[in-house]
Design a protein around this ligand. Structure first.
Ligand SMILES: CC(C)(COP(=O)(O)OP(=O)(O)OC[C@H]1O[C@@H](n2cnc3c(N)ncnc32)[C@H](O)[C@@H]1OP(=O)(O)O)[C@@H](O)C(=O)NCCC(=O)NCCS
Ligand SMILES: [Zn+2]
Length: 207
């Protein structure tokens, strides 16, 4: 049994109050997308997820079960949010002080990043493209692109490949991608640069 709103699939036990949801997106049982939330195309909003008014979710995003996405949070395209990921939007909440709009601290997850199950994102942070946050981590600071973060507080312990694997010290991934580290380690503004894609010949080994 299912109901369709345009080309948006909403499970009969799911609820989609927003009219700003893209084609191909599926909202499963007990998930709730509030009026005023923006969700792109081809997203999968799994059972029990919550997307609040003012939250923005891009295209092709996976929102696993029980994820909480609140106002002020922006999720870019093709991000993976594991089960039970929790965002926040008020750094110093009090039940008797209500905050809205600019009073909330914005959080952004850049495209193709992954947040592992049960991770918590403290507001005001930006998680970079292709970053990988391990299960149960608590993100308290900005995460550079491709950084691999675990623990509470979340610490950068290495780099993540496009494919999702943690890179070894050689920066050569099992998938065949070869990377170079610009400026030392992942902390301090360094960046990871792709120097060879899977299937390409390594120019250093060419004869
Ligand atoms: C982070 C992850 C990818 C493992 O990475 P990895 O580098 O292959 O992990 P390893 O097993 O080699 O561990 C490396 C170190 O990090 C630690 N570590 C691994 N995962 C960790 C985590 N989630 N939190 C804290 N520490 C972690 C390990 O204990 C190990 O520490 P040590 O070197 O002191 O022994 C995995 O643990 C994880 O969290 N995956 C996400 C799963 C998930 O949430 N999926 C959602 C969809 S179902
Ligand atoms: Zn790889």
């Amino acid at each position: 049994m299912s109901t369709e709103t345009g080309t948006v699939f909403v499970h009969p036990d799911g609820r989609c109050d927003s009219n700003d949801v893209g084609a191909g997106t599926r909202v499963w049982a007990f998930a709730h997308v509030l009026d005023g939330a923006r969700v792109g195309e081809n997203c999968n909003i799994c059972d029990g997820a919550f997307i609040e008014s003012g939250a923005v979710v891009g295209n092709g995003v996976t929102v696993k079960n029980q994820v909480m996405v609140f106002e002020g949070v922006t999720i870019e395209d093709e991000v993976f949010l594991g089960p039970g990921v929790i965002f926040t939007n008020d750094m110093n909440p009090r039940a008797f002080i209500k905050k809205h709009g600019n009073e909330l601290l914005p959080t952004r997850v850049r495209r193709r990043a992954t947040l592992g199950a049960g991770s918590v994102v403290v507001c005001g942070t930006t998680i970079g493209e292709y970053a990988f946050v391990g299960a149960g981590a608590v993100v308290t600071r900005d995460v550079p692109a491709h950084a691999f973060v675990v623990g509470n507080p979340g610490r950068v312990i290495g780099w993540a490949c496009d494919c999702g694997l943690r890179l070894p010290a050689s920066l050569i991934c099992e998938c065949g991608h070869r990377w170079a580290n610009v400026d030392g380690g992942p902390e301090g503004g360094a960046r990871l640069t792709l120097v060879g894609a899977a299937g390409q010949q390594d120019p250093d080994s060419a004869v």
